[in-house]
Design a protein around this ligand. Sequence first.
Ligand SMILES: *Cc1c(COP(=O)(O)O)cnc(C)c1O
Length: 391
Amino acid sequence: MSFIPYGRQSISEEDIAAVNAVLRSDWLTQGPMIERFEQAVAQRCEAAHGVAVCNATAALHIACLALDLGPGDLLWTSPNTFVASANCARYCGAEVDFVDIDPLTLNLSVTALATKLENAERAGRLPKILVPVAFAGQSCDMAAIQRLAHRYGFKVIEDASHAIGARYAGRPVGCGAQADITVFSFHPVKIVTTGEGGLLTTKDAAVAERLRRLRSHGITRDPALMHAPGQGAWYYEQLELGFNYRITDIQAALGLSQLDRLEAFIARRRALVARYRDRLAELPVGLIGDQALAESAWHLFPIRVDEARRDRVFAGMRAAGIGVNLHYIPVHLQPYYQALGFQPGDFPEAERYYAQALSLPLYADLSEEQQDRVVKCLVGLLDSGVVQCGS
Ligand SMILES: *Cc1c(COP(=O)(O)O)cnc(C)c1O
């Protein structure tokens, strides 16, 4: 029986043709497809500016730099995320701290955030940047986060790696109403892919300009920004320390072609989620709760299985060729973060969820037959304690 992964790309003939056309063109990188891709994403997100880069990890890094995060500063994020949401601060020499999660939405808890901010203000250690993560594709309580951002003066980088095509308060995630910068990932398990790739949206023209410069070595060709303009057509200036975080035209063409199916991808994911919810309704598993005002893009379908059974269910499903996964190992439990002083018990809701977490397969090309196989296997393992899937 064929293996069912937890997530995977959906590649059409149109996608292949789009990539082929770039390979036959004059530009493999730094050509016209990148700007077209950026504009197409910005338009879908109702964002003023879009800046495409080589992956979302690089995007988070330059987002922090563009908001002037540096040594001595503090960035807060959720412990229930991929390590990249926290590592971006470390790249800038800043400190990281975490805000525990809401046990229903599995997103950063705004109640915990409000309390932590009160204490931090008293201690004179407020964060400069908050990175709320739209876990599984569902926005956090961004309205409350914006109110706290104004009250305490921190900036917001929304890690929407799971959430292209999601909406919040009736507008697309990434529009700039709820965050200073929004970051998307185009890794193949995410909703839209470019192979590797990432993109930042912002409504701030100066921030967008800075992001473009940081993406390409800190170099400018704009005479208005130069210290010594008027030298000649060859001339450029490096104004700050940047990187080569560029995406290629090959990747941008794939992304542009994929974007044509964004609505179809989201609709398909929603339909599969509705089927999962229907079929799991009577089972002893916990499902992710809805965040008010949020319409999830459904990158993941996480469930909670009581911790006494979780490891056995996980192993049984893997043995049956079903690629369940686990999102996420709390970031503060990673040895790197433990060495910085974090300890087990620091963020109990994230740790409790981790002990119960199981992500079921969810992707646009998952068939209903495959989904039924997943459900049947899960039911069997929960019922009996005997591994009896794969039949
Ligand atoms: C995938 C992911 C990233 C990193 O994305 P890359 O494009 O692989 O660098 C960052 N944050 C979250 C929440 C992710 O899921």
